[in-house]
Design a protein around this ligand. Structure first.
Ligand SMILES: [Zn+2]
Length: 559
């Protein structure tokens, strides 16, 4: 022992494991050096790694654990006892009963908790302590004061249970059981402590025997006579025992495809050290419930670690643990990353999402990353915008990012928003100025991804203003009610790419108000994308006029 090992980045899953391994050691106060695309550390750090492994998950996810739901009630008890339960009301009794039923009885009687009691090996018969707890109900004519003695007695019993759960050994095993099923199982399953038939009941020892000991032995072994090679790191291995089937959704999908060059499930074997790294995959991901996210930034290990830790902080900070539904944390992390790396070089990043037990992948290319970065302010301004469709609320920010992640432009979204503004304005929680922001982001996408030539002029602003002034002319002639019909006709022309219909309508409008057609429409003829960009910006001005955000729509009213 005591020798240094160096682990190199590889595919995204291994990288998630490597970031996880780093996180686990760092959380334990250990020193790991990151060098370019690798990390280096002393093998002594594998001592007590099983404790470090579980401590990481328990520390990071503490407040999401059922263990925490049990012990955090201590604070409630303390507050009531501070004033001798004088302010205890009926709603507090309801909360107490819910806590007894849905937390204490539910968790402490569950199979996973029961299996931990043997390991904790306490004198206290916790199951019996839970059994004697009953909900407290007010009978007719009774008031809270009549029940205060019962409530106090229940508090005393609960304090004993909470004290038990808070003991070092109890937390060690109960919280570890929690993280196995709520976090670790998202990444791998079926072996070691996640094998229902495992012989070793102590999960810490099980992990040590299954993952750590073989890895240490492998490091120390003379490998010169080994005949095979590790699929991941290519180091020599003596047998093909260690496959990757324990990783959820990994071996299986590929294995099913018989056309694949290798028969994945059988031929892919890894060394014990790589297997240990793969066991750390859940510490690289960030999870909320059964959803997870990992960003594979291959440029350097440092970047990889930083962006994922940023995401984890953002997501786990949220009080509501459903923030994986939103892309905000993701975009914030990406923007921060771009701040750091933009002076060097942005690299493509891969976003891996886990949902419904399946991984999905998006690539954010360098130009797209730069577009997101440059659109930071515009994105922040559309966060509050949304609309109702068939009783469901859609957030415009989410819809924009979803399209960006799938390398789509935003024309259909812009079209939809304008049609909604015309036809269902009461379901619109957004302003036209927010739609203009979407157009600006779209223009950046069209130009940045090379679908469109860069324009010198601010075509969105001038087309939007032209629409606004035309609207003013119509108002002056007392013909404001004609504008909706015109807007529909123009939107229809844009959707069907009917340039002639669009220009005919525009020409007729200017003929009607006896003004010359603005020069911006000459630009429109240059190419299809430009024509659409100018067309939609013009219609948005026609619908509501410019600078309407203050008085009309989303930015203020919907929060
Ligand atoms: Zn290996």
């Amino acid at each position: 022992m005591g020798e240094k090992i160096r682990l190199e980045m590889s595919d995204w899953l291994y990288n998630a494991g490597l970031v996880g391994l780093y996180n686990i050691l760092e959380n334990a106060g250990d020193y790991v050096e990151s060098k370019g695309q690798s990390i280096e550390f002393d093998t002594d750090l594998f001592e007590n790694f099983e404790e470090k492994y579980f401590n990481y998950f328990i520390d990071k996810y503490e407040k999401t654990l059922s263990w925490y739901k049990i012990v955090s009630y201590e604070e409630v008890i303390r507050q009531h006892e501070n004033n001798d339960l004088q302010s205890f009301q009926e709603k507090d009794l309801e909360a107490l009963n819910t806590y007894l039923k849905n937390v204490v009885k539910k968790y402490l009687n569950s199979a996973s908790y029961k299996s931990a009691y043997d390991l904790i090996n306490s004198e206290l018969d916790i199951i019996r302590k839970v059994k004697v707890l009953d909900s407290i109900n007010l009978k007719k004519q009774e008031i809270i004061e009549d029940k205060l003695p019962d409530i106090k007695a229940t508090f005393e019993k609960l304090k004993i249970i909470i004290k038990f759960c808070n003991e070092e050994k109890s937390k060690k095993y109960l919280a570890a059981k929690n993280v196995i099923y709520s976090i670790i199982k998202n990444a791998w399953n079926g072996i070691c402590f996640l094998n229902p038939k495992t012989e070793e009941k102590d999960l810490y020892i099980d992990y040590k025997e299954y993952f750590i000991k073989p890895a240490i032995k492998y490091i120390e072994n003379n490998k010169s006579k080994f005949k095979y090679n590790c699929f991941t790191c290519d180091k020599p291995i003596s047998n093909l025992k260690n496959d990757l089937c324990f990783l959820n959704n990994f071996g299986f999908d590929v294995g099913k495809k018989s056309s694949h060059v290798w028969n994945f499930a059988n031929d892919v074997a890894v060394c014990p050290l790589c297997k240990l790294v793969y066991s750390c995959v859940p510490a690289g991901f960030t999870y909320t419930y059964d959803k997870g996210i990992y960003i594979n930034d291959n440029s350097t290990f440092e970047n990889s670690k930083r962006i994922n830790n940023k995401i984890r902080m953002e997501i786990l900070q949220e009080t509501e643990f459903n923030s994986l539904l939103t892309y905000k944390s993701l975009i914030n992390a990406i923007n921060e990353q771009s701040n750091e790396t933009i002076k060097y070089e942005l690299a493509d990043i891969q976003i891996i999402k886990l949902k419904d037990n399946k991984y999905s992948f998006n690539i954010l290319s360098r130009p797209m990353l730069s577009i997101i970065h440059r659109s930071k302010d515009d994105l922040n301004k559309i966060i509050t915008g949304g609309f109702l469709e068939i009783k469901t609320y859609f957030n415009i920010y989410e819809l924009v990012i979803d399209r960006v992640l799938n390398n789509q432009n935003l024309f259909t979204l812009i079209h939809k928003l304008l049609i909604f503004k015309l036809s269902k304005s009461k379901d619109c929680k957004f302003s036209i100025s927010q739609v203009v922001k979407v157009m600006i982001i779209n223009l950046r996408i069209m130009e940045g991804m090379g679908y469109m030539q860069k324009t010198e002029k601010d075509i969105i602003k001038s087309a939007n203003a032209s629409g606004y002034y035309l609207r003013e002319e119509y108002k002056g002639k007392g013909s404001k009610d004609k504008l909706n019909g015109i807007a529909y006709r123009l939107l229809n022309a844009l959707k069907t790419c009917n340039n002639n219909m669009f220009m005919d309508t525009v020409l007729n409008c200017y003929l009607y108000v006896q003004k010359t057609v603005p020069s911006i429409f000459l630009e429109a003829l240059r190419d299809e994308e430009q024509y659409k960009t100018i067309g939609y910006a013009f219609v948005s001005g026609l619908i509501e006029g410019k600078d309407d955000g203050k008085k009309n729509g989303g930015e203020q009213n919907d929060k």
